[in-house]
Ligand binder design. Structure first.
Ligand code: XMP
Length: 513
């Protein structure tokens, strides 16, 4: 069965993924496509609706992305957002100009509640604006459906042709009733029924995987993170013992993590799969000896990981398929590839080049992180695995500033364990995007039981973030920080000072290296 589909045509806006996510939150499947996609291909997809994203350009610039007028004549409902709205106006004969007053941020907008898009929306509602151009004149056949004191056409529509446009961004959460507007578009304008449900995704994917794999042999690099764990469980449901999971313990995991992963996926766990744990700790420590530079450490850890994995794969023999836990943001981000490389993980190399296999299987390729979690729950996986916070591939290797040694790993593991335990006890864990302890490379003087100490400082970090691209330092209650500090200096040998990182991203990054 084919799901109803809405496509988002990407004109370079920053919220392209967010729009797709919001549509999926309405239980309608949605994919982002480049604006250059030929109309014929769009037609073949038989979308129930199309959404044009915003973008940084001006429609009257020749270099800016444009679109063939025919797209508006295909009978497919279209919603243009920001640049997308201006493009709709411009292409259909309206006028777009530089606005005398640019609008940024929260803006009160008066909307025509009789318009389908604004059904159930309050007559005056707060929307998120971010524009320097505006529609100065709507094309023929359009009526103006929203305005602000300085933006005479904040939204317009042509009901007959099912064309809708908003200057503001309904997809961002600052637009108080944005979800209602998007839901009105997909349900009332596009006529969707909402058939995108995780239960059906799981059943259909299991079916497809069985068909594709037949009696082939499948290999999965399991890290214990959410994506690879969900991918592994999905595969195990589909093909059971034909799947082998290789879990490389590089000695840079959090305290007890290796055993926890083994408890779930190993022979004692609930899944029927082949599980290989490779205890390669010493190999990694050896390679990391004397290396201080963060990118060098990342590359060494990545390369060694691949080597270990490759050795195991060779032992298993010819593999037909390799599973990867790629998710939708990875797909979109690697497709755009325009941004500067801050850390090499943002351009993950991956395993495919080194293992002899026929094909890659990426069952989560089209899912956002929150959807992956829903699949995990649907598969009956435990909450603590499904709601894990992200953990970087190089692990504690990039949470120890400077050279990594086994001793430093132990210190940071213990400190991090205490921090996590106290955060969970205080009940603040659910509200945090990510939190962890890192080992600074700084030693300082302290006094303990009348003796001078010269020990390491631990840095605690906790951030609130929705996408990990930007983040704010979280405000952890002082009592919690104080308790964690006490416990760390008392219980972790080699530490005499604890600090809290108050920096946001930017200018810092979430991890220390
Ligand atoms: P940064 O430090 O760039 O982190 O603000 C953003 C998110 O990415 C994670 N991260 C990594 N993940 N390999 C990974 O798989 C890495 O090398 C890596 N570095 C950072 C980080 O934990 C955060 O969630």
């Amino acid at each position: 069965m084919k799901n109803e589909l809405v496509i988002v045509l990407d004109f370079g806006g920053q919220y392209n993924q967010l729009i797709a996510r919001r549509v999926r939150e309405c239980n309608v499947y949605c994919e982002v496509k480049p604006y250059t996609m030929p109309l014929e291909e769009i037609k073949e997809l038989q979308p129930k609706g199309i959404i044009f994203t915003g973008g940084p350009n001006s429609v009257y610039d020749e270099q800016s992305p444009h679109i063939a007028k025919e797209i508006f004549e295909m009978g497919i409902p279209i919603l243009g957002i920001c640049y997308g709205s201006q493009l709709m106006a411009y292409t259909l004969g309206g006028k777009v100009e530089t606005a005398p007053v640019s609008e940024y941020g929260h803006t009160e907008v008066s909307v025509e509640t009789s318009d389908i898009l604004f059904g159930d929306v309050a007559p005056t509602t707060v929307c998120w604006m971010s524009h320097t151009d505006y529609i100065a004149q709507a094309p023929e056949g359009f009526k103006i459906t929203a305005k602000t004191p300085v933006c005479p056409i904040a939204a317009m529509s042509c009901e007959e042709k099912k064309l809708y446009a908003t200057q503001f961004h309904p997809e961002v959460m600052h637009t108080a009733e944005g979800m209602k507007m998007l839901s009105n578009f997909v349900y009332k304008v596009c006529g969707c029924k909402g058939d995108w449900k995780m239960a059906s995704f799981v059943d259909e994917t299991v079916e497809k995987l069985r068909e594709k794999i037949g009696d082939g042999k499948v290999l999965c690099a399991l890290s214990g993170g959410v994506d690879s764990s969900v991918a592994a469980v999905l595969l195990s449901r589909a093909i059971g013992k034909q799947l082998t999971c290789v879990f490389v313990d590089h000695g840079l995991l959090r305290k007890n993590e290796g055993d926890e992963v083994e408890a779930v996926f190993g022979p004692e766990g609930p899944y029927e799969l082949n599980f290989i744990r490779v205890n390669a700790q010493q190999r990694f420590y050896e390679k990391l000896k004397g290396v201080e530079e963060p990118e060098a450490k990342r590359k060494i850890i990545g390369a060694e990981f691949i080597r270990v994995f490759e050795e195991e794969a060779k032992k298993i023999g010819s593999v037909d398929f390799l599973v990867q836990g790629t998710i939708y943001p990875d797909v979109i981000e690697s497709g755009l590839g325009k941004s500067a490389v801050i850390k090499s993980h943002h351009n993950v190399g991956g395993l495919p080049d080194v293992v002899d296999f026929k094909e890659i299987v990426e069952p989560l390729r089209m899912l956002f992180k929150d959807e992956v979690r829903k699949v995990g729950l649907e598969l009956g996986m435990p909450d603590y695995l499904v709601f894990r916070q992200p953990f970087p591939g190089p692990g504690l290797g990039i949470r120890i500033i400077g050279e990594v040694t086994e001793e430093k790993v132990k210190i940071v593991q213990e400190a991090d364990y205490i921090y996590r335990e106290e955060i969970a006890k205080a009940g603040v864990d659910k509200s945090l995007g990510q939190y962890f302890a890192a080992l600074t490379n700084m030693r300082s003087v302290g006094v303990m039981g009348d003796f001078r100490t010269y020990d390491y400082a631990i840095a605690l970090r906790a951030v609130n973030t929705s996408d990990f691209m930007t983040a704010d330092a979280a405000q952890i209650p002082w009592e919690v920080l104080s308790k964690v500090t006490n416990r760390i200096v008392n219980e972790v040998k080699g530490v005499n000072r604890v600090m809290y990182d108050c920096t946001g991203k930017p200018p810092a990054t979430i991890e220390f290296e």
